[in-house]
Write a protein that binds this ligand. Structure first.
Ligand SMILES: [Mg+2]
Length: 254
């Protein structure tokens, strides 16, 4: 095993070796990688225009609200700062209705209908056709399957992620959303549920996601390996980290 000094940047081969063979404390023999779990939103798929500022404006019109698309980013940023998880990590639609209502009001929709407008927008996040799959996804999944690894999806959302994968032509072996499971990432039980469906142990799987607290820390708490997908390049200190899924198969040593 190569040694890694703090502050040095390991080569791709060294990182792949480390990912595949990181020994668990108490385990003398490193476990083999058998499955890759993916987060969905901002890892495999991005929300399309209907879920962005123009979609808000159109939803606002249906509720008698004139929303200013130029205020969307600031309103979303402010709502994000106020967002609190459910204390028991239970899936709770109401959290997202209130979050979206804050954005609607922040875009100028200060009226009683702001809540109903927010419910309609939140429901639009349940529609598969409102998302676009990133271009790098099909090849990455094909490479993973070709290497004989299983693929699972684990999503904090109200979508049926198996149906979502089918809709977008992605072949996966298992998938669970927080709505159907009841708990959200980073709760251990939602990761465990997908691992059980795949028939693999936590140290035989790697989690790939864009949210450090939910995807990375949640997975690592179970003994899974985890890789951050940092598409916007905002977590440059984080390791291991990739900016596109094109980097994933080589990082896994596939
Ligand atoms: Mg995500």
């Amino acid at each position: 095993m190569p040694r890694f000094e703090l502050g040095t940047s390991p080569t791709r081969t060294e990182r792949a070796t480390r990912l595949r063979h990181t020994p668990k404390p108490g385990h003398r023999v490193a476990s083999v990688l058998r499955a890759v779990l993916f987060d969905v939103d901002f890892t495999l798929a991005r929300p399309g225009p209907e879920l962005g500022p123009d979609g808000y404006v159109r939803a606002g019109e249906r509720h008698g609200l004139r929303l200013d698309p130029d205020r969307y980013e600031a309103a979303r940023h402010a709502a994000r700062a106020d967002l609190r998880r459910h204390p028991e990590l239970e899936h709770d639609d109401e959290i997202w209705f209130r979050f979206t209502e804050r954005i609607v009001r922040g875009m100028g929709g200060e009226a009683d209908s702001a809540y109903d407008c927010a419910v309609e927008i939140t429901r639009a996040w349940e529609r598969h056709e409102n998302f676009e799959i990133y271009e790098d996804v099909p090849d990455a999944l094909t490479a993973i399957r070709a290497a004989g690894l299983r693929i699972g999806l684990v999503s904090n959302s109200a979508r049926d992620v198996r149906e979502f994968a089918r809709h977008h032509g992605l072949e996966v072996d298992a998938g669970i959303s927080s709505f159907h499971h009841g708990r959200t990432k980073p709760h251990a039980s939602i990761f465990r549920a997908v691992l059980d469906l795949l028939g693999v142990e936590s140290d035989e799987a790697v989690m790939v996601g864009d949210t450090i607290a939910d995807d990375i820390e949640g997975a690592r708490a179970l003994g899974m390996r985890a890789i951050l997908v940092d598409r916007a390049g905002v977590h440059r200190e984080f390791e291991p980290r990739i900016e596109t899924l094109n980097e994933l198969p080589p990082l896994l040593g596939l």
